[in-house]
Design a protein around this ligand. Sequence first.
Ligand code: NAP
Length: 245
Amino acid sequence: MLSGKVALVTGGSRGIGKAIALKLAQEGADVAVLYAGNAAAAQATVDEITALGRKAAAWKCDVADFDASKETVAAVVKEFGGVDILVNNAGITRDTLLLTMKEADFDAVIDTNLKGAFHMIKHCCRTLMKRGGRIINISSVVGLMGNAGQVNYSASKAGVIGMTKSVARELASRGVCCNAIAPGFIATDMTDAIPPEMAEKMAQTIPMGRVGKPEDVAALAAFLASDAAGYITGEVIRVDGGMAM
Ligand code: NAP
């Protein structure tokens, strides 16, 4: 579905981002993998993509840093010739109740999850416009429903949805589609940090009766990146086993 395309996946070293990077490569894309600090995990993703016969390289890049994001995008464009598919997946949590949430907890989550996506879209938009590209933003069902203990995270993910729709409107005439995926409860390092009794309670709210896998999200990302999805833009699609319907 994606041969000849170049994808840039933020947070491609682990979890959902890694599954997306691998799926896009399986479909024929070359992949630039961005990560925050886990060089060994990023290299493992690169090695798995290379083993599939696709080109891949990793860059350490804090997406919350405007200038670092700009330099990294320039390096990716130089190495790969451009970007067709931007996946804004990098994300963090700093969960705590509002009463105990510090300003730094709020800022860190907004800076990575929301501003990080803005930085990458801003720096990639010229190459995406030239190539009729795709932007896929990873939001969350929490951006739709809210969640106690995640005032910062839900604000960032709801912000991503608003940004997705505005970008979709701005870039539609340039042939760029911009959509958001809202995963539910997906088994990754991020959800491993949730206390087991709370995780069990959350899992019980999933109509399909199971926690999601990163591959469940990656399948949709590959479809949204493909030519088959060329008339879909500004959409938010849940991958949550029915959790938020
Ligand atoms: P994860 O396993 O914790 O992985 C997070 C990834 O983001 C890692 O690759 C990490 O890089 C990277 N990252 C973190 N901060 C970064 C920064 N400032 N700059 C660049 N990269 C950064 O998380 P996940 O569960 O796969 O989540 C991926 C995305 O899906 C996030 O946006 C998350 O909010 C969203 N999501 C997850 C779930 C879920 O249930 N898991 C549900 C809904 C939405 P390093 O490896 O270098 O640290």
